[in-house]
Ligand binder design. Sequence first.
Ligand code: 6PG
Length: 484
Amino acid sequence: MSKQQFGVIGLAVMGENLALNIERHGFSVAVYNRTAQKTDAFMAERAKGKNIKATYTLSEFVASLEQPRKILLMIQAGKPVDIVISELKPLLEPGDIIIDGGNSHFKDTARREKELAAISLRFIGLGVSGGEYGALMGPSLMPGGHPSAYQEVEPIVTKIAAQVEDGPCVTYLGPDGSGHYVKMVHNGIEYGNMQLIAEAYDLLKNGLELHPEHLHQIFSEWNATDELNSYLMEITAEILERVDTESGSFLIDVIQDDAEQKGTGRWTVMEALELGVPIPTIAAAVTARVLSSFKEERQIAAETLNGSGPRRYEGDSQALINKLRDALYCAQICSYAEGMELLDGGSKAYNFGLNLSEVARIWKGGCIIRAKCLNDIQAAFRQNPGLMNLLLAPQFKQKLLDRLSAWREVVAVMMELDIPAPAFAASLTYFNSYRRARLPQNLTQAQRDYFGAHTYHRIDKSGVFHTEWAALTEETSLQTGTTD
Ligand code: 6PG
């Protein structure tokens, strides 16, 4: 009996859709799910009549695959991945390939790759973006692992990925955890962009008191521009016009305002802090989600501290809407710039050898952060692979400076109206800090040296310096309250 070319373990939404996508492109598939009912339901409905073979034990699943076996795990990240790998290990043979398509932490991926390589099994950490629809019709795929493993799956992944004018949205990214690293940072940017859109919505809705239909129209118009065209902008416009069949209200108005997160945004921020790469817009977005989840506390604080609440903007509404559009462009470029900086930092720290232009290219289709501006990001890193920061690229420099006064004004207006602007303010501050040759951290250094003799550098000569800022007597310690 002929064997199947590809195996998928895990038939939740993503697993099912990827299995169907792979089969649609002419590859035979074997599937396995821990609960047999799920497999049966899939076979009876969506997989009916397709070249998909159901299996009910892992050994039956493994035996049904041609060698070297290519097995995609679409299961919950974390412990479950280790459990399934340990169950698969004794059944596999040297050269077989396990692909983890979940949102696993890149360090787990690196560990698993090493452990499996020691027993001659190959492992690919595959970032998959695009949600349910992307998985079925063409996701953006971010694979990392041994190049020989990628070569084996390349004919499949290049077919199932989203296709853009310059190729499929997949490429070999680098060794061990690099694919999941790129996916993690993708999600960080996703958080940043989503938060910025939410803040823009807040200003339009609460500062300008616009009706959802008008909001829909504005986001649709913005989506039609080269600067702001993106998947997130497109779905925002659609979301804003949806009416709730139950209440008759706009659905957006009945959705609870506490944002959840599965963890990739938080990992991005933790990683950035670890490596010392500034990503303030993304960090603000993660914090905004956390704060939003303090719903009960916010309700109490709204009564105690709110005063008049967000105020209405009294100026020229259309002029502010135009400025907001420009500010949103600048702030989103910061979100991408921060993400690319972190990719560069991670690539250097872990020897991933990432090609940032290629990363931008594979994000142009299929994924959640796909946007027209990725053409410029791709070009910026293609022209200058050693680019220090996206903000300096000719594709962006002048555009940002031309829109700076709008960006500044939007942040000022939001502060004035008591409308929180964590990501907008963080992005503007990032831009302004980055383009300052001298920041006030000379004072920070002086303070550190004062209380801890931590030393400082001077602007006029090289070396390390310390100043005796105060005579160290018992009396001064007591006066300043120091205990050490
Ligand atoms: C994607 C998404 C996806 C992510 C969900 C939920 O690229 O398709 O990033 O992988 O898991 O969007 O993420 P949060 O629960 O963290 O918002």
